[in-house]
Design a protein around this ligand. Sequence first.
Ligand SMILES: NC(=O)c1ccc[n+]([C@@H]2O[C@H](COP(=O)([O-])OP(=O)(O)OC[C@H]3O[C@@H](n4cnc5c(N)ncnc54)[C@H](O)[C@@H]3O)[C@@H](O)[C@H]2O)c1
Length: 361
Amino acid sequence: MEKTWLDLDYKPRLPNNLRRGIGIIGAGEIVREAHLPAYQMAGFNVVAITNRTRKKAEELAERFDIAHVYETAEEVINDPHVEIVDIAVTADLQPEIVELAAKAGKHVLCQKPLGDTIESARKIVSLCKEYNIKGAVNQQMRWTPGIRASKTIIERGWLGELTQASIQVNVLTQFENWPFLKEIDTLEIMYHSIHYMDSIRFLYGTPEYIYADGARYPGQQVKGETRTMIHMKFPNDTRGHIHDNHNNWANQEDWYATFRFEGTDGIIKGTNGALYNYPVGKEDTLSFISKKIDPSYWFTPKLSGKWFPHAFMGTMGELMRAIEEDTQPENSVEDNIKTLQMVFAAYQSMKENRPVFVDSI
Ligand SMILES: NC(=O)c1ccc[n+]([C@@H]2O[C@H](COP(=O)([O-])OP(=O)(O)OC[C@H]3O[C@@H](n4cnc5c(N)ncnc54)[C@H](O)[C@@H]3O)[C@@H](O)[C@H]2O)c1
């Protein structure tokens, strides 16, 4: 079908060669529910997998037709058919696996958060540079239909000068269901709002400073913060705001996950469908108005695809395109450091009750 001027070009771009071998480290929930279903949709070629408990890797190998199950990450990395190592274990284990992959000359798709400290994330960046491999991060919310379509609208100038961005979420998330999250001190921003920070940075650039507040909820079953308010100041008069509560005890009709991006000439408003009816989710919704097109008409294009799993085609597809074209992926490990600086600035702000400049991290 011929493209029209209103085509928002929001679908993940895929490489010409879909068949580069992928080896997966970790066969947990995110691989089962998002990586593998997305790769299957895209036609990517997963050739090997490993997991600490071998049985989990075997189950996924059978379900998704993966030829080799290995005992260790090293064996996956050394499989000559593996060109890309897809890491899906916790952040503390990531540098060691990246080092093995880099020394073997294999490209890596790391999980978010890239590091549990800024130093370990920077170490990953140095390893990728030193061994001249491509390193990308699975910070995939940028590839949700709502955020990608917003990027197109902004790039076409339909919002004019950007004035404010806000993402608001009020749902019930049972973080205690993820054992590795239960005892973590830094929870909501590090594991959830990190996606919102990355998306806002993708659309608005990197803020100058962050002023954040985080709170717990009476009787919550996890250690870290589960409610956050994050204020972002960009140069001049541009502002951003994230407001998240994961303790909504009301029924799902009351839940919401919304975004709103505003400029002098236009407004975008929409919903992040994945958080409705989780984990099944709905499609994202988006409406926009622009003085540059028609100051009285809200366009409401119908978007297809979701954060989970569709956006995972975007992160891996981008890395594959970068390998193909010998460029840096948009979600490079280096780029992701800026998102992590925002995250750590937010935690420092919470601790010291003051705005923290992002570039001080
Ligand atoms: N991008 C996203 O939106 C997103 C969403 C959820 C989770 N994650 C991230 O993905 C990672 C995994 O999350 P999950 O929910 O799948 O957790 P999980 O606990 O379900 O799975 C992790 C798996 O890794 C295995 N493992 C641990 N160390 C290993 C090793 N050295 N070698 C091989 N296997 C090993 C474990 O046995 C487990 O099966 C976390 O870092 C999390 O932050 C990202």
